[in-house]
Design a protein around this ligand. Structure first.
Ligand SMILES: [Zn+2]
Length: 119
């Protein structure tokens, strides 16, 4: 059964919503950027066309490195990282579960993704 999820950055300038599977787990990736962010991400890969972004395009920051395939999006006002297009499945993204207000993030099972050795 799909659920409707809504999230936002801290200041609210960047909002997103999508329909996806129920969130029962969070993904923690060990790659060089995720390690620094410490964000718990969705385990589900969400097709980009299913993620609705509600923001002024000028407020959306984009960070890319190395191959430039992965795209890390953040709010330029408050700096919060909201979602990223993944390196391994271009066209799909993961969202920062911390941005989804009504999720009890500390109750989610954490899956560790070994991005360090794969990247
Ligand atoms: Zn913001």
């Amino acid at each position: 059964m799909t659920q409707h999820y809504e999230g936002s950055c801290h200041c609210g300038a960047l909002k997103f919503s999508y329909e996806g599977e129920e969130i029962t787990q969070g993904l923690r990736c060990t790659c060089s950027i995720c390690r620094r962010k410490g964000a718990l991400m969705s385990t589900e890969l969400i097709p980009l066309e299913q993620l609705k972004i509600d923001a002024n395009p000028d407020d959306i920051g984009l960070y890319q490195f190395d191959s430039g395939i992965a795209k890390h999006y953040f709010c330029k006002i408050c700096g919060i990282y909201t979602h990223n297009e993944t390196l391994r499945a271009p066209g799909n993204c993961r969202v920062n579960l911390g941005c989804i207000g009504d999720l009890a993030g500390d109750e989610l099972e954490v899956v560790v993704f070994d991005g360090k050795t794969l990247l």
